[in-house]
Design a protein around this ligand. Structure first.
Ligand code: ATP
Ligand code: MG
Length: 335
């Protein structure tokens, strides 16, 4: 085997400091040192050389110093704006450097939940009905003609880690919708997505590789030990405490498992995801799955779902990370 130089791009929590007055969830998506070393060690177990690069600015500096890699393993989330996850892939393409994961266009499409929903519905995937509101005046036009069925959930259209999602996000009348929409637009400085709330259960499905993508066993979300969520849901606070548990493999009937795998595969393909991704799904009380969103940069750390899905298919955490690396190397004709 030829020993390759693998660069590693990421946004580490430790590289950013909250300024006074900034929201404590500002850097919630970034990776801890623990996660970074788990991934780094897994990559090293391939026998290739691994070099930490850091964020988009560090990448630019190293490129300016003349550094190059055979492939960059990218998990950088970026700091600001809806193109933030697209920045590292764009830089790497500009300098013709191979990288793992989705390209800039897919990162942009998936970061904007409304755009992702339009893309998957075009491919025949069911997703809750929604409205995207940039300014409150736009919402007022819908006051007499609000077609969405209550309850609805109001969430930021371009965030992750359940940022901006709290018990108050579920609204049962137009006044509540107005209040939460106004608050979100102001706090997150981006459009609000108003979406029909799917009462039922929740799953997240990891998919890896390409041609063909490999759909991993669905992971079921339990909140306070309960999988029959009804109107309960994930909030940013719950991500930070211990209310949420992942159950894998999910204890569900085979036909539902098949439906979850199909919707995940169709979404992965429709959005152009490469090498790895994770699709969030709600299932209504009739057993119909709805696409909520897709993460082309899901958390790969030991605290998240990847170690669980690896175990469910009888492989180790390191092996699943290596399968992601291998699929990127293969796609770039490096193996
Ligand atoms: N339409 C909906 N119906 C029911 N629950 C919803 C809906 N939209 C969001 N939720 C709840 O809010 C949570 C977070 O929403 P979503 O996945 O869209 O945001 P996110 O911040 O990108 O998520 P993540 O934490 O996966 O990064 C979901 O996991 C789900 O529990
Ligand atoms: Mg989600």
């Amino acid at each position: 085997m030829k020993k390759l130089k693998i660069g590693f791009t990421y946004d580490a929590k430790a590289d950013y400091k909250l300024l006074p007055g900034e929201s404590p969830d500002k850097y919630a998506e970034f990776d801890s040192e623990e996660t970074l070393s788990q991934i780094e060690n897994a990559l090293k177990s391939s026998g290739h050389n691994v070099e930490r690069i850091g964020n988009a600015s560090a990448l630019l500096q190293k490129i300016a110093q003349g550094k190059r890699w055979d492939l960059v393993f990218n998990i950088a989330e970026g700091v600001k704006g809806r193109n933030r996850e697209s920045q590292v892939p764009t830089i790497l393409e500009l300098f013709r450097l191979a990288y793992s994961g989705s390209d800039a266009l897919t990162m942009g499409i998936t970061l904007d939940k409304a755009v992702a929903k339009i893309m998957v519905s075009h491919a025949g995937v069911l997703t809750p009905e929604f409205l995207e509101i940039e300014k409150l005046s736009q919402l007022e036009e819908f006051e007499k003609n609000f077609k969405l069925k209550y309850p609805v959930i109001v969430k930021p259209s371009e965030e992750g880690t359940s940022k901006g999602i709290s018990p108050e996000s579920v609204c049962r009348n137009f006044d509540e919708v107005k209040k939460i929409t106004e608050r979100l637009i102001y706090k997150y400085n981006q459009p609000a997505l108003i979406e029909e709330f799917i009462t039922g259960s929740e799953f997240t499905v990891a998919v890896i590789e390409n041609d063909p993508p490999f759909v991993l066993p669905p992971v079921q979300i339990a909140i306070k030990g309960n999988t029959d969520l009804g109107e309960d849901f994930y909030t940013h606070q719950r991500v930070e405490n211990d209310d949420i548990k992942y159950i894998c493999p999910a204890e569900i009937p085979h036909p539902l498992e098949e439906k979850l795998k199909n919707i995940s595969l169709s979404s992965y393909k429709a959005l152009g995801i490469k090498d790895f991704g994770r699709i969030d799904i709600r299932v209504d009380e009739k057993g119909t799955p709805y696409f909520l969103e897709c993460n082309p940069l899901p958390n790969l750390g030991l605290i998240d779902v990847f170690p669980l899905v690896a175990k469910a298919i009888g492989i180790t955490y390191d092996q699943i990370i290596l399968r992601i690396l291998q699929s990127a190397l293969k796609r770039n004709n490096l193996i």
